[in-house]
Design a protein around this ligand. Sequence first.
Ligand code: NAP
Length: 290
Amino acid sequence: MVEAASFFINSETDLYGVIGDPIRHSRSPIMLNRAFADTSTNAVYVAFHVLPDQLQHAIEGMRAFGIKGLNVTIPHKEQVMAYLDEIDEGARYIGAVNTIVNRDGKLIGYNTDGIGYVRSLQEETGVTLAGKRILVIGAGGAARGVVYALLQKQPEQVTIVNRTKDRAVRLAHDMADHGKVEGMGWDDLGDIMNEVEIVINTTSLGMHPQIDTIPLDPKWLNESHLVSDLVYNPLKTRFLEEAEKLGCRIHGGLGMFIYQGAYAFEYWTGKQAPVKSMREVVLSSLEVNA
Ligand code: NAP
């Protein structure tokens, strides 16, 4: 059920939303409407199904209607950049925008996915990333944001391993200005596994409906590893289950979703996001739909 705002919609109500294709599965509306209600913000958040050939018109519509902010999801995160007035430095490095802020008519693009992930990892595990050696599995869109945000925390080294080695090497090259980062193929993994302290899955392996797939053979893991997975459907992936059995500390992907939305809320409103209740409403919707 959609949480209603705690006030009546009136002529002062600000409009926010998410654009994507498909979009009807999105849990952003329940999460952000809950955040607006809990902070007594006179705003509503809706899901817009925008087809790729309508993207430019959608952004013109955002300007015309004075929509205060949009989240952007698949498949528009890269293409939308062409229609904005300004792109934040992080989003430019990542090459994708997931949050648009309408600041007095100027549309500014941000990427809160990676910083949302890092805030979740730090707050939910208490880990300090400075000085750590980190393995990132996967080199797709989510990995770009995660690697960028990890490097802002001064880890000792980030190593990216990917099925398509060239993509890992390219991502490492793109991020090289921000810290020590290398890309490699699976054949080189054995050389570094004993040095790595944190292992992060950014691939879609393990995600519903392929819940039995696993991104890394658990033989590489031991209790010294902190193991994290961006996938949050299911909440505990098979990868995390196997890691937990081996005594590893584990961290799931739900927090990334919550905190990317929390950052968007904070950019839009200047208020602190009510993270606890945002998590509660998303969790209960996942349980209802499980
Ligand atoms: P993407 O751009 O399509 O990248 C997919 C990545 O997974 C690539 O590195 C790809 O390797 C790898 N991969 C896919 N199938 C594979 C297979 N069978 N074997 C080995 N590697 C495989 O996708 P994305 O946008 O980065 O999303 C990745 C995952 O992150 C998804 O599960 C998504 O749900 C999750 N995610 C979670 C959040 C959150 O809020 N928690 C946010 C964003 C994304 P190749 O380069 O070799 O194809």
